[in-house]
Design a protein around this ligand. Sequence first.
Ligand SMILES: Nc1ncnc2c1ncn2[C@@H]1O[C@H](COP(=O)(O)OP(=O)(O)O)[C@@H](O)[C@H]1O
Ligand SMILES: [Mg+2]
Length: 262
Amino acid sequence: MNPNYYIEFEDVYKSFGDKAVLRGVSFGIERGQTLAVLGRSGTGKSVVLSHIIGLLKPDSGRVFVAGEEVSALSEAALMKVRRKVSLIFQSGALFDSMTIGENIAFPLYERHLHQRTRPDDETLEAKVREILAMLELGEVAALLPAELATGGKRRVAIARALAAEPEALLYDEPTTMVDPLAARVICKLIRKLQSQFGMTSVVVTHDIAFCARRVADQVAFLNEGKVVFFGPMNEIYQVTDPLVQKFVQYDAVSFNTTMPKS
Ligand SMILES: Nc1ncnc2c1ncn2[C@@H]1O[C@H](COP(=O)(O)OP(=O)(O)O)[C@@H](O)[C@H]1O
Ligand SMILES: [Mg+2]
């Protein structure tokens, strides 16, 4: 275990049946940093995120979060880890029948329930307003999730995760299936949470141009169950691995043809 890391994978192997998905994965991320996990579809990026909050356990190897070996914790102990580290699913997983305000307030109610204290409506409302303002979501508290576009729903999912005051956020494909402008807003938000609150983040994406390039300090590039590159984001352009090169080149093409320079 490397004490500098907030989240660390140490030689993790994971198979489903006879399909080996992770074959000796090691990487780490320091507190307050953003790591992008890159790779093609089906290489195990979401599987990596599930290991961080203990939804999956390695066949061998170890996963550490905030100094604890999550891969060895009981369900009860994992609940504590999940209050520190929040996974934002690709689907957003909002409660459809609750308003956006109620969705965001949900983790706050949950915390009161846990601490056996009574929530005070005004404090809760103020907190929800504060989070909405921070996310530049505006006057949407009374709307239902269905009334927002995908990009808006993603931001509400981030807002709900933030309400739990986590130390780290895990984003699964935050910019997939949203338009470039919405993607940009989401990436800026990820960056802002890092710079203003020192949030530690893991961003799973196959989008270098719109996302990783803007938010990541470090990158772990997964291919066929192994980390083929782990290092600073700006060094990815010099990597000689042919798949990484293709990925970067292909992405550069789409970047140059679709994004205004900034
Ligand atoms: N719970 C599971 N049970 C069986 N197979 C799984 C499970 N989760 C993921 N897989 C398989 O692991 C591989 C990697 O999946 P995933 O991590 O979702 O890829 P991606 O990099 O696209 O996020 C896929 O072949 C997927 O079918
Ligand atoms: Mg995935």
